[in-house]
Design a binder for this molecule. Structure first.
Ligand code: G4P
Ligand code: NA
Ligand code: NA
Length: 193
């Protein structure tokens, strides 16, 4: 998505060797106009997949997921990372290891909001090592729901998440694909690679 790449070039900051900071439009302050266009992109790509539900993980996945849900006119469910007092039993739970933070998190979704009748589209803000997607995939399996695709805002193609998904033969669509960081500059993956 051209506009997203331009925005990354304009406002993104490369931190260290493998982190892109995009706090001004995605991870802290949110640009709803850009976000809505992303929702439309995801919709156009997956509109024939029979999507009945969108799944993401709190917190940064929620904004793009809701915009996609609006376009598909389907509910959006976000996995919670922390136990909630009002949400205790009947949960699907999975462990998500963060290579970045070197910690494990449990994510959970109420059994009420995912069933074997669902065709699920996963949406997330970043695809790095693919652990969030893995965790959601476990939960989808446990619910006997059907995963129809994965939509990612920013994919760092040099980390191992994309390969993991490709190995499972799950259709994935990333709005921006980063091939490398070169001296603090973002190098995007050419369309035909
Ligand atoms: P993975 O799910 O692909 O394995 O991601 P990883 O463990 O490497 O990343 C942990 C957290 O860091 C995730 O957010 C992920 O979205 C985010 N992240 C990964 N790479 C980048 C990056 O280059 N830039 C930014 N800004 N974030 C990155 P999270 O902990 O789930 O937090 P949040 O959703 O509440 O923001
Ligand atoms: Na995320
Ligand atoms: Na994040």
């Amino acid at each position: 998505m051209k506009e997203l790449e331009e925005r990354i070039n304009k406002d993104g900051r490369v931190i260290g060797k493998d982190v892109l900071k995009v706090d001004s439009f995605l991870n802290h302050q949110i640009d709803p106009v850009l976000m809505e266009k992303m929702g439309t992109e995801f919709y156009n790509h997956f509109k024939d997949a029979g999507v009945t539900k969108i799944l993401t993980v709190e917190s940064s996945g929620i904004a793009p997921a809701v915009m996609a849900g609006l376009k598909f006119q389907v509910p959006v469910v976000f996995a919670r990372k922390h136990k909630s007092v009002t949400l205790q039993d009947d949960l699907y739970t999975s462990e998500v290891y963060s290579f970045t933070k070197k910690t494990s998190n449990h994510i959970s979704i109420s059994k009420k909001y995912l069933s074997s009748k669902d065709n699920v589209l996963i949406i997330d803000d970043f695809l790095a090592n693919g652990q969030a997607v893995n965790g959601l995939n476990d939960i989808i399996d446990a619910a006997h729901a059907n995963l129809v695709g994965i939509g990612i805002v920013i994919e760092k193609s040099f980390q191992k998440g994309r390969q993991l998904i490709d190995k499972e033969k799950i259709p994935v669509y990333s709005l921006a694909r980063i091939k490398a960081f070169d001296n603090g500059q973002v190098v995007f993956q050419p369309e035909d690679e």
